[in-house]
Ligand binder design. Sequence first.
Ligand code: AMP
Length: 542
Amino acid sequence: MLGLMQDRPLLISQMIEHAALNHADAEIVSRSVEGPIHRYTYKDCAVRCRRLANALTKLGTEQGDTIGTLAWNGYRHLELYFGVASMGSICHTLNPRLSQEQLVYIINHAEDKFFFTDLTFVPLLEAVADKLPTVKQFIIMTDRAHMPKTKLANVLCYEELLDAENDDYKWPLFDENTACSLCYTSGTTGNPKGVLFSHRSTTLHSYASCMPDALGLSSMDVMLPVVPMFHANAWGIPYAAAMCGTKLVMPGCAMDGESIYELMESEKVNLSAGVPTVWMMLLGYLKQNNKTFSTMKATIIGGSAVSRSMIETFRNDYGVDVLHAWGMTETSPLGTACRMKFKHKNLSNDELNSLNLKQGRAVYGVEMKIVDDKGEQLPWDGVKSGNLLVRGPWICSGYFKDEGGQVVDADGWMDTGDVANIDPDGFMQITDRSKDVIKSGGEWISSIDVENEAVGCKGIAEAAVIAIPDPKWDERPLVIAVKEAGSDVTMEQVIAHLAKTLAKWQLPDDVIFVEELPHGATGKLQKNILRETYKDYKPSVP
Ligand code: AMP
């Protein structure tokens, strides 16, 4: 027997209209690409989303069309998130840090019909426009006064488009499984693959994100997402924020420590989110300039493993809690969050910092398990690690246009490509990407563990650990590190530091110092490049 409850589809349009009605005066503050701080409310945002939908309809947009964006975190990008999806089209965000070839491939693969760009990326598009046959029109996200001289043909001005429209647009009702946004992931091999989110998956993901045991967003928060809107939908924060009327503070293109800090202070930000590399910049700025936070309470860190020293610095020096979270573009992205349980109430700061190194517990809606190479399930003992598999209503079931073949097994499990252990309390800890694990003498060495310890060594700013071939042990770890400015730390000191916590066989065979490490478009270390560079390296430790 079916229940007798209303079957209203879960649609993105409801989020922005809910915010407009129930949090009409909650603010969205953006550092605009043109320079000044822009300030308006959810109500204003909803009006402009409707104007945008009217404009796009006039231009010939139909349901199911993909609309590309190259844009920073800002109010106009937010309007595209809500406006494009709510009318039944697909908001396709692109990462401007990708190579030109990758951008061209992705835009053509997605068949973007219209393309919206911030001023910053006009030159990038000019360079490739003749290779983009599907794009009918480029819309530059600025006003008439700031419109650049451009070689792009078929150009429109965003503000002019919106000015010409009226405020009324009736959002259509359609199947909640309709696609709403598209984001390509770039693995280290093969072409980028598109993850196609639906209204339903995005809505459920947003509900789950708001739970106190997940990101815990509420109308009491002032959230500054540093994580870009072109990376996994800014971890779903724009949607979750609209659901609960959270004040949003958007940093635009000014991602340096000083600009982020200024915005945090002036807008009374208490919650933020980003990858470890951006926090390294912010913490560096605070230290060099003797600054403290007046309102910041917590920051969500994910995308790469966070080190103990970063957790300690945030908590012990600045009174800011780190919420370590794990996910992937394929998981919308939130999979786990490292929230304590009642039994952890009396943990010391030191114990808390240790537990925070784990990526945390599955958010309700996400199921996870770890399996060995034969697919046998492994126990949750916090020790045995294996391939991490997940399934749930906001986990991808296949890539756009069937690229990459079968993504889930017969029971719906998706292999994340991560290696992890899970403790009896359900806290998952990533020990590696499966391709980064160092297999030495039949034992596995977690490159993340060694990296975490290495950055705890005085004088080390950043470290990457990779496997180098070894005739006796198959593979041995090599540390490649960046020194802090002015430091004269040596290889011997780093190894002595690591020896305090790591077993002898886990210690690296060498430490190489470099000026900088290669990072990919989403801030992750590019270990494939390091592996290629150092494949013939002969370590100095006998
Ligand atoms: P992306 O789809 O670009 O967001 O990348 C997803 C991958 O980032 C995951 O499969 C992990 O390998 C890595 N990742 C995300 N969050 C974390 C985390 N908290 N700790 C370690 N690795 C992470």
